[in-house]
Design a protein around this ligand. Sequence first.
Ligand code: ADP
Ligand code: ADP
Length: 231
Amino acid sequence: ASEIQLFDVTKRYAGVQTPAVESVSMTIPAGETVVLVGPSGCGKTTTMRMINRLIEPTSGRITIDGEDTLSLNPDELRRGIGYAIQQAGLFPHLTVGQNVGTVPGLLGWSRAKVSDRVDEMLDLVGLDPAEFRDRYPRQLSGGQQQRVGVARALAADPPVLLMDEPFGAVDPITRGNLQDELMRLQSELRKTIVFVTHDFDEAVKVGDRIAVLGPRSQLLQYDTPEAILAN
Ligand code: ADP
Ligand code: ADP
């Protein structure tokens, strides 16, 4: 597991006056699940995308295990960070199996190992591999696509997971199962997880700590679910 630190991170998008993220400093301890909650537009997605360097901070620094993310090779950085997003973000021209196997393939795993891993991950997210492996994303529902997105993020067993409303489009029963599964995995694997949700119950359930962000991503509270509920 890896510790992630943000030091006074600000992001301004070109041509936009108001910062999307303003002076955020935060330590995400190795092996913990930190949930970001806050109003729409407060910079949650921007924060995630800065951690895996899809975008860069305007000022401030982000480190993973003490290393500035800007000093790392972006492709290598991203291979160690599973990223699951609400829209699933699957590659449309690749099958479900190829989507889930992308990063293990890039890492040079053998075909047989990738194939076994794909099936294991599909099982984990509740999709029968025999039925779904060879489908294309357009042949899946939104919730099924999301589950494939989660399977893809987990496939290479990365030390860090960024999950941006990963269960938002999933039906409530499956969502509960996926939350349970994530917590079970987490109790064994202790990955460092940054999880975004609008659902406060979900935040309390999956989070070791909750970061409550204000309208401009100011950190209003950063504490355990118990402490936040007590407030
Ligand atoms: P959240 O995930 O909390 O809903 P976002 O990080 O998506 O918030 O957005 C934070 C702010 O930055 C919003 O005001 C949004 O409109 C703005 N924003 C997001 N992406 C861009 C972009 N590519 N260009 C300009 N502004 C953006
Ligand atoms: P998008 O920005 O279009 O949503 P991403 O670039 O985030 O797509 O890719 C989605 C997933 O694929 C991520 O989980 C990421 O880890 C993986 N991925 C994409 N390109 C690479 C790459 N070059 N190396 C490692 N992983 C990658």
